[in-house]
Design a protein around this ligand. Structure first.
Ligand code: OKP
Ligand code: ZN
Length: 363
């Protein structure tokens, strides 16, 4: 613990994340404090900096609109900007067409209020052609600082990617907040607005095929959707069975990729309550698939909500499990961008990240 790390891992972090701090979310019939809170990434940063494992940089570059548009529809990017401006101006009545209502708190955030059903498709398609509905749930509220926070979060991923592409480092850690893996080409939800991991993976395509390993507790439905028909990107995920857990509509084992990309999506759903042995068995399957794909670069969607004391997850991983996962990923010997996703046991996050990156750095 006291020994100096010869080569700290370059990390990218923007303090802009704190501009996004929704007060509440609606979960199991109750309004509760928003789990995806600023203290999460602050704890990770403070703890990892104190260990000397990482060297923190401000994002060296802002991801440009053109690069965002490789991952997200222009209408969705415009929507994020418009809604943040609208929250600043507090002109809520103008946004009913976006299916957003303000929730009356001391901090004004727009919360999605109605979710179109398949049986409404005839009615809804008209609106969808205008790209008016973007939120698939109520867990991604929009406030006046949301756009700047999500743009800076994506820029942290972008800067890490560029540092790897420029040869400045072989691997890097994007300390993203808000997270991104539930955000798709034209949808937001589950605390996610811009898909940081996907934005990075698109850029890595200049090197060759890319694999994304998603080890957040929840299925990365947004990332899966973005690369569904992309044969050059393997999306491989271990997560709680969507038949029993969020996001419910995606992440089933039978989802293996679109017609143009059969076999480049791998979903390994596990039952709620899974402990380390069951998790590592699935991880072996995942690693074999990644190796068979021979990617030129790797993006890891890194969630710590698989921890045994996470307030919204049920898996039973502990510090030692994260050390093992870090070692196993590092042993692939690929350029890797680690992208922070979830993890809500706030006080443990620094420690869990330390365990993971000690595994990565073998120290
Ligand atoms: C984000 B990530 C709505 C419950 C919403 C959202 C969970 C988002 C997890 N009834 N829960 O994957 O850690
Ligand atoms: Zn999660």
């Amino acid at each position: 613990m006291e020994n100096l790390i010869a080569h700290p891992l370059p990390a990218f972090f923007s303090s802009d994340h704190a501009l996004h701090a929704p007060p509440v979310e609606f979960i199991h019939g109750k309004l509760v404090p928003y789990h995806e809170m600023p203290q999460r990434i602050e704890n990770i940063r403070q703890h990892l900096e104190s260990t000397g494992l990482i060297q923190v940089n401000q994002p060296s570059q802002k991801v440009t609109e053109a690069d965002l548009l490789r991952t997200h529809d222009a209408s969705m990017v415009a929507y994020l900007q418009t809604m943040s401006q609208g929250a600043a101006a507090a002109v809520r009545h103008d946004y009913a067409g976006y299916n957003m209502e303000a929730f009356a708190t001391d901090d004004d955030y727009f919360y999605a209020s109605v979710f179109p059903l398949a049986s409404m498709s005839g009615v809804v398609s008209q609106h969808m052609q205008g790209r008016k509905y973007f939120a698939f749930d109520g867990a991604a509220p929009l406030g006046k600082g949301t756009w700047q926070a999500v743009h800076s979060s994506a820029s942290a991923a972008w800067s890490g990617t560029q540092a790897i592409l420029n040869g400045q480092t072989r691997s890097a850690y994007a300390m993203c907040r808000p997270p991104g893996h539930h955000a798709g080409p034209n949808f937001i939800g589950g605390y996610c607005y811009l898909n940081n991991a996907a934005i990075a993976a698109k850029a890595f395509l200049s090197l060759g095929n890319v694999a994304i390993i998603d080890i957040d507790y929840h299925h990365g439905n947004g990332t899966q959707a973005i690369f569904w028909d992309e044969p050059r990107v393997l999306f491989a995920s271990i997560h709680a069975d969507p038949a029993q857990e969020y996001p419910a509509y995606a992440g089933y084992a039978g989802e293996t990729g679109g017609p143009g990309a059969q076999g480049t999506t791998l979903n390994l759903p596990l039952p709620p309550g899974t402990a380390e042995a069951g998790y590592l068995a699935a991880f072996d399957v995942l690693l074999a698939r990644v190796q068979a794909f021979s990617p030129a670069a790797l993006v890891v969607s890194l969630g710590f909500d698989t921890y045994k004391d996470d307030p919204i997850g049920t898996f039973k991983l502990d510090d030692g499990s994260y050390h093992k996962l870090g070692s196993l990923i590092s042993a692939l010997n690929l350029p890797v961008l680690y992208v922070q996703e979830g993890g809500y046991c706030v006080d443990a996050l620094g420690r869990l990240a330390e365990a993971f990156f000690r595994g990565v750095l073998d120290c």
